[in-house]
Design a protein around this ligand. Structure first.
Ligand code: PGA
Length: 252
């Protein structure tokens, strides 16, 4: 059982091409040959091509923040997984809580997206997590189970180890409130067990990232927690020195 941690910077709706390139360059200068941890950045769609070119030949990967599941057709405004593969993306975030909350994404569409990402040879980073109200009501595990079961439906075991799960409690995203190590280990342990129910021992090879106010000050303790295999980083990924420190903290 050797899972390589994965640290991904989710830049969200920040930075045009020039600023994305500047940020990518600072990260590249420090982390171009990082080992034992996979590192990727997820710029806005319009900067993917330029950032991908900038990172070529380094250990750093390119990720997209979302995708559409059909490859082509009359779908005005959509960006397919096929197009993202064409740009050199290795990962696509699917089902981020902001997509679920503001754009009405359901587990069924997250599932279609994840399967499209896998069909095109990339890794889906599937975000799941409970709201504060769900946690307070004792519904955390039920919520996680429903998101996993819906999002992973019909994905065969042959694709399982390319799937990445990001546990992101909604109340910890962008709030500065990080989940405690105990809360993270409990949730990750539950997710691992659910993956084992679905795919047996393949579950030991699936990365489970933590996301939600990860910063250099808390990265170390989170990265060594049981069943934590890297981080999905929002706000702190926009500051090169913070993101670099988090990536280094994830080296086992
Ligand atoms: P945050 O965002 O690090 O700013 O909390 C994490 C995410 O949304 O993936």
């Amino acid at each position: 059982m050797a899972r390589t941690p994965l640290v991904v910077g989710n830049w969200k709706l920040h930075n045009g091409v020039a600023d994305s390139l500047a940020l990518a360059t600072e990260i590249k200068n420090q982390l171009f040959n990082i080992r034992r941890v996979e590192v990727a950045v997820a710029p806005v769609f319009t900067a993917l091509h330029a950032v991908g070119k900038r990172l070529e030949g380094t250990a750093l990967g390119l990720a997209a923040q979302d995708c559409f599941w059909e490859d082509n057709g009359a779908w005005t405004g959509e960006v397919s997984a096929a197009l993202l593969r064409d740009l050199g993306c290795a990962y696509v975030i699917v089902g981020h809580s902001e997509r679920r909350r503001y754009f009405g994404e359901l587990d069924a569409s997250v599932n279609l997206k994840a399967r499209a990402v896998l069909r095109h040879g990339m890794s889906p980073i599937m975000c799941i997590g409970e709201s504060e109200a769900e946690r307070d009501a004792g519904e955390t595990f039920g919520r996680l189970a429903a998101q996993l079961d819906g999002g992973l439906a019909e994905i065969p075991g042959s694709d399982a180890t390319r799937v990445v799960i990001a546990y992101e409690p909604i109340w910890a995203i962008g709030t500065g409130r990080t989940a405690s190590v105990g809360q993270v280990e409990e949730a990750h342990g539950f997710i691992r067990a659910r993956l084992r129910d679905r795919w047996g021992d393949l579950a030991d090879d699936i990365r489970i990232q933590y996301g939600g106010s990860v910063k250099p000050e808390n990265a170390q303790q989170l990265m060594v927690a049981a069943d934590v295999d890297g981080a999905l980083v929002g706000g702190a990924s926009l500051k090169p020195e913070s993101f670099i420190a988090i990536a280094r903290a994830a080296v086992p």
